[in-house]
Design a protein around this ligand. Structure first.
Ligand code: ADP
Length: 295
């Protein structure tokens, strides 16, 4: 089983030709509400990749909360420990322009109410193979979750997004850090991903730096960073590629695969996701990942 301690957001996406400037009103041509949030996305990715997954988090008492929970349930994610807290759900207000550029406002809403682990949360974490963490819940809660996992010998996988300084206590309780190249550079002040991965190894024992179409780098203490290639595919939408990668990686590791094999399988999963539009909508199911991996 995989536990995820993380956010759920409703993405409210407005599609326009040119984003409005301050004081300006523009007419767009499309609008969608899409369940998201990094916690929910990683949970769905892992569930589709074949694991038994439970999410710890919160939705609000608004209609988005009902839809977010239903979307998670429908993807097979256990939501028994997702609380419903008075007030709005987390929302991401996204304006996408004709060039595919975006501007985003995130309002944490119910996610901000997860200020502590609740009853049952620690037991769930204790019984899991891995705990997946991101930074869209209050930092203190992320730290508390990582420490609980550490107490029970559960592997912690941290995605440092949105990127921000990481408290030493969190780093001390992190087994595997999975950062994209921008996050790796922001955390270390080093632009070269290989050098950044080496610097991150001084903070945590294992590091993956994802490099988009260029694949990823795996670094562990005492060995040189290893390049993991990405399958060559035609990308139509890379939203959620990182979350798909992390979800699939956790599933493979939980099944006892060695890191190189687990990384290759996660790369196959992420490559499938970029060939389809959407984040959660594009996440592949186990059968598809296995088929791609067998090619
Ligand atoms: P994020 O989505 O967090 O920004 P990346 O863009 O680095 O992360 O993508 C995560 C992983 O998804 C990559 O390491 C790679 O395995 C896969 N991926 C992303 N973009 C592509 C692509 N264009 N072709 C193939 N694989 C991709």
């Amino acid at each position: 089983r995989i536990a995820v301690l993380g956010s759920t957001n409703m993405d409210l996406v407005a599609y326009v030709k040119t984003a409005p400037r301050r004081g300006e009103t523009v007419t767009g041509h499309d609008f969608r509400t899409i369940p998201g949030g990094k916690g929910a996305n990683q949970a769905v990715a892992a569930a589709r990749a074949g694991a038994d997954v439970a999410l710890i988090g919160a939705v609000g008492t608004d209609e988005f909360g009902v839809r977010l929970r239903a979307a998670l349930d429908g993807s097979g994610v256990d939501t028994d420990l997702v609380r419903t807290t008075e007030g709005p759900s987390g929302t991401a207000h996204i304006v996408v322009d004709a060039d595919g550029g975006n501007a985003i406002v995130v309002i944490p809403g119910a996610n901000a109410s997860v200020t502590h682990l609740g009853p049952g949360d620690e037991a769930l974490i204790a019984g899991a193979e891995s705990l997946l963490l991101q930074l869209e819940l209050p930092m203190d809660t992320v730290v508390e979750g990582a420490k609980a996992a550490r107490r029970h010998g559960v592997r912690t996988v941290l995605t440092p997004s949105p990127v921000q300084p990481l408290p030493p206590e969190l780093l001390a309780a992190t087994d595997l850090l999975v950062a994209n190249e921008h996050e790796a550079a922001a955390l270390t002040g080093i632009d070269d991903p290989k050098a950044a991965s080496r610097a991150l190894l001084e903070l945590v024992p294992e590091v993956v730096v994802t490099l988009g179409a260029r694949g990823s780098l795996y670094a562990a203490r005492g060995q040189d960073p290893v390049a993991v290639p990405a399958p060559e595919v035609t990308a139509v939408d890379t939203t959620g590629a990182g979350d798909t990668f992390v979800g699939a990686l956790a599933v493979a590791l939980g099944e006892g695969r060695a890191m190189p094999q687990a990384l290759a399988w996660a790369s196959d999963a992420a490559a499938l996701s970029v060939q389809r539009p959407g984040a959660v909508a594009a996440m592949p199911y186990r059968k598809e990942i296995d088929a791609a991996a067998a090619e």
